[in-house]
Design a protein around this ligand. Structure first.
Ligand code: KG4
Ligand code: ZN
Length: 350
């Protein structure tokens, strides 16, 4: 029954959690979002400094709330890729030091595997084979999960990630950063059918349309044109209708293409994780479409959609149970494909 202390510092959330055999005993998150909001986006150097300040307190309170001593841990996990280099370094160095202090293995975790694990807990926990739709600020991907740790990327966004599109469109509409939650609130009561924004299709060189890949940059440009039209007419922006129409089309393409991909691959269920999976309209559309297609739907719990350390601890438990741990000289990588997550165990690849 492994007990793992987990750290997450890949972007602008500092987090620590204690997970015991797939059960989350504590999960502490200190968001820096308000501070970065002053700059309209994440400032990497500021993020690293805030992680250094916040992490010791978060670790202490995660251990205290879980009533676990450092000496009773079986492993320490930390996100090592992908993410902001300096930010990742803070969690990784802290994790390796604590693992040495406790005399237990260090488990470097791929951030996206962490997101995936946010929906693989519970009793009974969803079991592969499954299709995974990962929708975050930096990624929009459809991944076939044949067995844990065996990832086959089947499709993704050719340009902006879904979360990035939410953030950019929210900014066009004059909404607060981060854009996703602000846009969802602004869309309430708006007419989702007032503006017909394009669903972003990818043409194939041999003709036809890619069945699953996404593109959100054309959609963002279409919203920009509409905003400019209203501004040059000197009229106030119909923010709620614009937000609702944008949200509606993003959710529709995410749902249609991921359900189609799951059916075509003959997989029995769909797992949806990452920051954008917190979106109520997306959850509503997914629930309807999966039920109509007789697919099992596994949504990340709301508290674990955006970055947290509970999901890193869940991944750490799974890796430890597979007998895997990382070399103490494992560094961090701003980019690293999920398909190579297994390389984080054994000899260090970076
Ligand atoms: O997974 P996450 O916390 O960080 C990354 O690993 O990227 O995702 C953050 C992204 C941001 O783009 C944010 O705007 C989006 O998730 N997001 C949402 C919602 N909550 C967060 N997008 C749409 N609706 C939401 N309710
Ligand atoms: Zn994330």
């Amino acid at each position: 029954m492994p007990t793992v202390l987990a750290l997450e510092t890949s972007c602008d959330e500092s987090a620590a959690a204690v997970v015991q055999n797939g059960l989350v005993l504590s999960s502490e998150v200190a968001s820096q979002v308000q501070e970065h909001a002053l700059f309209g986006g994440v400032v990497p150097e500021l993020a690293s400094r805030r992680h250094v300040e916040a992490l010791p307190h978060l670790v202490e309170s995660a251990l205290t709330k879980a009533q676990i001593e450092l000496s009773s841990l079986d492993g320490v996990a930390a996100t090592v890729a992908p993410g902001l280099l300096g930010a990742l370094m803070v969690g990784s160095v802290t994790g390796r030091c604590l693992a040495q202090l406790a005399g237990v293995p260090f488990i470097g975790i791929h951030h996206l595997e962490g997101h995936l694990c946010s929906a693989l807990s519970g009793n009974p926990a969803p079991e592969p084979p499954l299709m995974v739709l990962l929708v975050s600020g930096g990624h929009t991907e459809l991944i076939a999960l044949r067995s844990f740790g065996n990832y086959e990327r089947l499709a993704g966004s050719r340009d902006d990630a879904a979360g990035e599109a939410f953030d950019k469109v929210a900014r066009l509409l004059g909404l607060a950063y981060p854009g996703g939650p602000a846009l969802e609130i602004a869309a309430r009561g708006g007419d989702p059918l007032r503006f017909r924004f394009p669903p972003g299709r990818i043409s194939l060189p041999e003709g036809g349309i890619h069945p699953y890949d996404f593109s959100f940059s054309g959609l963002k440009t279409a919203v920009l044109r509409e905003v400019q039209r209203w501004q040059s007419a000197g009229k106030p922006l119909p923010v709620a209708d614009l937000a609702a129409s944008f949200q509606q089309v993003v959710c529709k393409v995410l749902v249609e293409r991921s359900v189609r991909c799951t059916i075509d691959q003959g997989l029995p269920g769909l797992v949806v994780v990452g920051g954008v999976s917190a979106n109520g309209e997306l959850r509503r559309q997914l629930t309807g479409a999966c039920s109509a297609a007789s697919l099992n739907l596994h949504l990340a719990p709301l508290a674990w959609c955006t970055d947290n350390a509970a999901m890193i601890g869940l991944a750490g438990c799974k890796r430890l149970q597979l007998g895997q741990s990382s070399a103490l000289n494992l560094g961090v990588a701003p980019r690293w494909p999920l398909a190579k997550a297994h390389k984080l165990y054994g000899a260090a690849p970076f």
